[in-house]
Design a protein around this ligand. Structure first.
Ligand code: NAD
Length: 294
């Protein structure tokens, strides 16, 4: 890790783009090493319909995975695809030995049942870490694949040298994608975890208890500067469009940076880590399938 950049107010800005680039470079080395053993690690992304945001996400994932040396294929299906047709596609990918990672881009168009698709996906190829088997593995501390955004949060903290053991780790948001799996990861690292949500009483007070505070809500600038304990580390997962059209997080960055010891910006913080961890998961899936572990 290079020298962290200090922002004028005092907090260190945790540079997610730089750390993600490091992870991606390491993954690229792993992909090359696997190729030397005769296995070309591969990722298939399934995109159903024309949702503009999903198309951008899929394009970015395709580009990043291709740059890291993976064999990447995007299966594009029309918004009229039936549940049975989509399930057939997933079954085909499950049984294709050349395919190591499968990602079905969510949300699916109306009428398609994402839960059934997730249930059907082979957990060994589930690089988003969303299948019931992978959720159970995470809770039980067994080998599996972990959702990318929470994995990226832990990676950022680790590479920033934040000690998690015994720390008070407060997460705002309890989604299956971010809050809940992050709580499990932090627990596994011996943090004392509090999960807050929309019905939490006195949210500012709970946040003020945090040594590490993670905001994953989806409400611009919900977390105020005076919610932060002096010296805390703040990770902002939120991605919101401000009134001026610019991206803003769930934390009031300017105010928080005056109090925190380190903070992630939006954009350029947690966001880039999500794709980096997707690549890491795909390499892991390919390595396990090739029997070489990691
Ligand atoms: P979600 O809508 O599934 O969950 C939001 C959570 O916030 C819920 O658990 C809810 O209880 C809680 N919440 C809502 N209002 C609240 C309030 N007023 N006070 C406290 N808690 C409240 O969202 P999600 O999928 O977990 O995503 C959260 C945010 O993170 C969104 O902005 C999303 O765009 C962003 N996100 C970013 C990345 C990334 O790569 N950086 C990845 C996933 C999600």
């Amino acid at each position: 890790m290079g020298e962290p950049v200090r922002v004028s107010e005092g907090a260190t800005r945790i540079d997610g783009r730089k750390i993600a680039a490091e992870v991606r470079a390491e993954v690229a080395l792993g992909v090359r090493a696997l190729r030397d053993k005769g296995v070309h690690a591969s990722l298939v992304v399934v995109l159903v319909g024309e949702d503009p945001a999903s198309r951008v996400y899929v394009r970015n994932k395709d580009k990043a995975a291709t740059e890291a040396g993976f064999l990447v294929r995007t299966v594009r299906l029309s918004a009229e695809t039936t549940q049975a047709e989509l399930e057939d596609v997933v079954r085909g990918l499950n049984t294709d030995p050349e395919v190591h990672g499968v990602l079905v881009q969510l949300p699916l168009p109306k009428g398609l049942d994402a839960g059934r698709i997730v249930d059907l996906l082979d957990p060994r190829k589930d690089v988003d870490g969303l299948t019931p088997a992978n959720v159970a593995a995470l809770v039980m501390g067994r080998e599996g694949l972990v959702p990318c955004t929470p994995a990226g949060c832990i990676e950022l903290l680790d590479r920033h040298g934040v000690e998690l053991e015994g720390c008070r780790f407060v997460i705002v948001g309890r989604s299956m994608l971010v809050g809940k799996p992050l709580a499990q990861l932090a627990l596994a690292r011996h943090a004392t975890v509090t999960i807050c949500h929309s019905r939490t009483r006195d949210l500012p007070a709970r946040c003020r208890e945090a040594d590490v505070l993670v905001a994953a809500v989806g409400r611009a600038k919900l977390v105020q500067g005076d919610w932060i304990r002096p010296g805390a580390v703040v990770l902002d997962v939120g991605i919101n469009r401000g009134e001026d059209g610019k991206l803003v997080g769930d934390v009031d960055f300017e105010a928080a940076a005056k109090v925190a010891s380190a903070i992630t910006p939006v954009p350029g913080g947690v966001g880039p880590m999500t794709i980096a961890m997707l690549l890491e998961n795909t390499l892991l899936a390919a390595s396990r399938s090739a029997g070489s572990g990691r």
